[in-house]
Design a protein around this ligand. Structure first.
Ligand code: NAD
Ligand code: ZN
Length: 388
């Protein structure tokens, strides 16, 4: 089959590789009909995620048709159309039973080794390095899905791929980021980053009752899409976002802040000015550090929600501000399974049409071009969907 494989930083290629096989009786094989490129894929593309091997297949946002099931698969059958959460979960462990699906204890076969190396070990993710279990991803013609009864979410007839594809990740991720803000009527929510995750965070904040959403980025077409979603916008290259947020909220600060940027704001070579918190929210380049700015901007007693992905010790957190302002910090990989049914209902009853975010549709063969335009924001690119 054809699959998008990683060969080093900035080097992805469509290769011919072996078809996946059933390895465990709970597996299913999916023929991928649609898959997307995510901001999280860019961390791998940029070489920030350790333990990638040349030839690893990327992709964690995908859906398709069941073509084979293992002997212990009970709820799926050949021919079913399914959406697959990017987080792999067994459904039976302590964490899955507590609705904390992205913390599953049984989905990372490398956990024993990773725990020794890093002191903690993440759960399994599709197409996201050997640190996250070494699973082949879904930017491919076929993919093996472990715990298929738990992950495979059947799609009702009559709904298009594009309507439901983002249930795999970015819609629940934006939604959980907003839910982690415990939004109350009248609240103002600030969102750093107007990429796909930020876009869904903005719309989810309104779905959950925010009165105002203020979105921060520098890319004009992303700010424009945020405005179409009823957000007020700030271009951080034109204004000091921290100061502007204060002014826009009567000196108070937003009630809740979402960092939907992650490590892109930092880069690996970032040298921040640490002498004063006010300066330390900016790099020497003048680029604001989204997480620190969110903590400093948030009102006292407010909530800071971090869907943005970090690794290692990339940031210094202004912990003094967290303590003195009694902030609540919440984060995590998304518990996608928790949100599949309620968000599908929002799509079905017309509260949101997730296709708004798609700017590019490409063949799988053109995936390397997709990575290039998404990474460099060329051609007004906001979200790329690939059709194998
Ligand atoms: P993206 O790269 O398309 O979007 C990031 C946006 O942030 C860009 O528009 C960029 O211009 C903007 N930006 C950069 N620096 C900024 C700054 N200092 N202030 C404000 N905006 C800034 O990516 P995406 O697909 O939207 O993903 C966003 C983040 O969410 C990534 O870190 C991704 O890994 C993470 N993510 C997390 C989960 C999860 O489960 N927690 C799931 C999916 C994605
Ligand atoms: Zn993703």
């Amino acid at each position: 089959m054809k699959a998008l494989c990683w060969h080093g930083a900035g080097d992805v290629r469509v290769d011919t590789v072996n078809d996946p096989k059933i390895l465990n009786p709970k597996d299913a094989i999916i023929k991928v009909t649609s898959t997307a490129i995510c901001g999280s894929d860019l961390h791998i593309y940029d070489g920030y995620i350790p333990s990638m091997q040349s030839g690893d297949i990327l992709g964690h946002e995908f859906m398709g048709e069941v073509v084979e099931v293992g002997s212990e698969v009970k709820t799926l059958k050949v021919g079913d159309r399914v959406v697959i959460p990017f987080t792999i979960a067994c459904g039976n462990c302590f964490f899955c039973q507590k609705d904390l699906w992205s913390l599953c204890d049984n989905s990372n076969p490398n956990a024993w080794m990773i725990e020794k190396m890093y002191g903690h070990s993440p759960s399994g993710l599709f197409g996201y390095s050997h640190l996250f279990g070494g699973y082949a991803g879904g930017q491919a013609e076929y993919v093996r899905v472990p715990f298929a009864d738990v992950g495979g979410f059947k799609i009702p007839d009559g709904m298009s791929d594009e309507q439901v594809l983002f249930l795999t990740d970015i819609f629940p991720t934006g939604y959980m980021a907003a839910e982690n803000c415990n939004i109350e009527p009248g609240d103002t929510v600030a969102v750093w980053g107007c990429g796909p995750v930020g876009q869904f965070a903005i719309r989810s904040a309104f779905l959950l009752g925010a009165e105002r959403v203020i979105a921060i980025d520098r890319i004009p077409e992303r700010l424009q899409m945020a405005q179409q979603g009823k957000a007020e916008v700030l271009n951080y290259e034109e204004v000091d976002a921290g100061e502007a947020l204060k002014e826009m909220t009567g000196g108070f600060g937003p009630d809740a802040c979402i960092d939907a940027v992650g490590m892109e704001a930092h880069g690996t070579d970032a040298i921040a000015l640490y002498d004063q918190i006010k300066q330390a929210v900016r790099l020497e380049t003048g680029r604001p550090l989204a997480l620190r700015q969110a903590i400093v901007a948030c009102r006292k007693g407010g909530r800071v929600s971090v869907p943005g992905v970090y690794g290692g010790f990339i940031d210094k957190v202004p912990m003094g501000a967290v303590v003195n302002k009694a902030l609540t910090l919440r984060s995590g990989q998304t518990h996608v399974h928790r949100y599949l049914r309620p968000l599908l209902e929002h799509i079905q009853n017309g509260k949101i049409d997730p296709t708004f975010v798609i700017t590019h549709r490409l063949k799988l063969e053109d995936a390397p071009k997709g990575y290039d335009i998404f990474k460099h924001k060329k051609d007004n690119c906001i979200k790329v969907v690939l059709n194998p």
